[in-house]
Design a protein. Structure first.
Length: 206
């Protein structure tokens, strides 16, 4: 993300690509760079320190990973995943990543460094889970529901007042499921609705 933030044209292209992609695509961001995700394995406590670039992250990361460099030679010579899991704490990194993602979304103006890599490990866990593991299934469903709700709100924010049919088509959800989400968002005061049942339209509540 540090490169995109420095180059507005590339950021605009990225945002268009993300907006127009299939709802089956899960986008994973780390800001400023993937090395920040590595650093989360070692931090003794959660930090909201601002890192603007890869260069900002490197001094802190090299305290825990001496000799680290972003080169093919380094990655061929070192088993990165093994080092992170043996010397760092994967579960701690996942926990930090979830909280920093939440904070960055709540206050984007603060420009908090964040990583969404926890979504990758949640997806892997869901793929490997036993049928009886209801806890992980509920977590995955909740994440999916939250993502669908966020996509609906983002669509209305980008396109203005919208009807359920247009939202359903754009997001790729069944009309009945879309109406369920819209009702939830109206009940929670996030959206407001106008018109009768067959001609209802939704907009962001001011």
């Amino acid at each position: 993300m540090d490169r995109l933030l420095r180059l507005p044209a590339e950021m605009a292209a990225y945002q268009r690509l993300r907006k127009n992609s299939s709802h089956n695509v899960i986008w994973i961001e780390t800001s400023p760079c993937t090395e920040f995700w590595f650093l989360l394995h070692f931090l003794p406590q959660l930090s909201t320190k601002h890192y603007a670039s890869y260069e900002d992250v490197m001094p802190d990361l090299q305290r825990y990973m001496p000799g680290y460099e972003k080169t093919a030679r380094y990655f061929k010579k070192n088993d990165l995943y093994k080092y992170l899991t043996e010397h760092g704490d994967l579960q701690r990194a996942i926990g930090y990543a979830k909280e920093l993602t939440r904070l960055s979304e709540a206050t984007p103006e603060d420009k908090i460094a964040y990583s969404q890599m926890h979504l990758v490990f949640e997806l892997i866990a869901s793929m490997n889970e036993e049928e009886s593991d209801k806890t992980t299934i509920k977590t995955e469903n909740r994440n999916r529901n939250e993502e669908n709700r966020r996509q609906i709100v983002d669509f209305i924010a980008d396109n203005g007042i919208s009807d359920a049919k247009s939202i359903s088509k754009a997001i790729g959800l069944k009309p009945s499921r879309t109406r369920d989400y819209l009702k939830q968002l109206v009940d929670e005061g996030i959206l407001e609705v106008e018109g009768e049942y067959k001609s209802r339209k939704y907009r962001i509540k001011k």
